[in-house]
Design a protein around this ligand. Structure first.
Ligand SMILES: Cc1cc2nc3c(=O)[nH]c(=O)nc-3n(C[C@H](O)[C@H](O)[C@H](O)COP(=O)(O)OP(=O)(O)OC[C@H]3O[C@@H](n4cnc5c(N)ncnc54)[C@H](O)[C@@H]3O)c2cc1C
Length: 305
């Protein structure tokens, strides 16, 4: 639209709706939204602001500070904002897919049908005292994030192996209460919605080769580890680059080169850290690794593009 092209938007599901997501946005979100002139509208949603991070491994924890603030905004609010702005700027929401006109494919993550390492994600909002930190609790192959979002709510969102969930009868309350530090953290909070879950999902070990006949954007292109808190920023960034490329008639190969230079390094580091953390030796070392170091390694290079 900003490049003068007509935009038609097709999504078969209801938007907005509550989605399984950590709803945590690292500071990269600011330049991405500023370039789209969406920053003020984002702030109007009164996202929670976070200055600190805390990683909890058993009874040990490590703390770090963000150089710039991170934000918490529910997917309900963020998706409504993006859809509303697209419409206000002239995008036409269509009820039926029109074959042959799709330039950009952003259908989200493709579920892996099978596999022994399947993971599931889950989330719920809680009411109660609000913190200014994002906290991640690691235990038994799970990590569970606790962070504020708008309106004094706290989002609790985790990801973990199917086998571990089965041990708790897929009862997410039982799961979060099985870890003592997390149970103590959630003690003063009350869950205010039913748990939502998603999956199965699998981490990819390398960036998949994209099809050259369409501009893939967001999770349709690659599923970045939610640990990085950058999936939404990358989805908005890649979606806007894809829109510009399609409007200007850029070859898809050139678009994918831009994407790779933004996320390839991050992707590589996430894979290496994941395999390291699956080894017992590194699990024992993990509490001693400064969170700011892990954070710095897993940044995408999307700010100046
Ligand atoms: C457990 C978990 C926690 C996460 N936590 C965070 C976090 O804290 N911070 C962060 O930044 N990211 C996080 N992420 C990642 C983040 O949710 C995704 O990266 C982001 O939603 C990607 O946006 P998207 O638009 O590509 O896909 P989606 O948000 O999945 O949206 C895809 C849309 O496409 C629609 N669609 C599906 N099929 C079709 C079709 N055939 N045609 C047309 N439309 C279709 C769907 O209805 C949907 O509305 C998390 C992910 C998980 C699983």
């Amino acid at each position: 639209m900003q490049c003068g092209a007509a935009v038609r938007l097709w999504d078969p599901s209801r938007v907005p709706k509550h989605k399984v997501c950590g709803e945590f946005l690292t500071p990269e979100i600011r330049p991405v939204l500023e370039r789209l002139q969406l920053w003020d509208a984002f702030l109007d949603q009164q996202p929670a602001r976070m200055e600190r991070m805390r990683l909890v491994f058993g009874h040990r924890s490590a703390n770090g500070r963000f150089a710039e603030p991170a934000y918490g905004l529910s997917r309900y609010r963020l998706d409504a904002l993006l859809r509303g702005e697209a419409e206000a700027r002239g995008a036409q929401i269509i009820a039926e897919r029109v074959p042959g006109i799709v330039d950009i494919t952003a259908h989200g993550r493709q579920f892996a049908a099978a596999g022994k390492d399947r993971l599931f994600g889950f989330k719920a909002h809680f009411q109660g005292p609000v913190s200014d930190a994002v906290e991640l609790y690691f235990f038994n192959g799970f990590y569970i994030g606790v962070n504020p979002v708008e309106g004094g709510l706290t989002n609790v969102c985790g990801i973990g192996p199917e086998e571990g969930l089965r041990r708790h009868g897929f009862d997410y309350d039982a799961l979060v209460h099985s870890n003592v530090p997390l149970r103590e953290r959630l003690n003063p909070l009350q869950r205010e919605m039913n748990w939502l879950s998603t999956g199965p999902l699998l981490y990819q070990t390398r960036l998949p080769a994209p099809p050259m006949d369409t501009f893939l954007a967001g999770d349709a292109l690659q599923f970045v580890d939610p640990f990085t808190g950058t999936g939404m920023a990358i989805a908005i960034w890649s979606g806007s680059l894809a829109g510009k490329a399609a409007a200007e008639g850029l070859p898809t190969a050139e678009y994918y080169t831009q994407i790779r230079s933004g996320v390839e390094k991050q992707y590589g580091w996430c894979g290496r850290l994941r395999s390291a953390l699956s080894m017992r030796f590194t699990q024992n070392l993990a509490p001693y690794i400064p969170p700011s170091w892990l954070y710095a390694l897993t940044r995408p290079q999307i700010e100046s593009r």
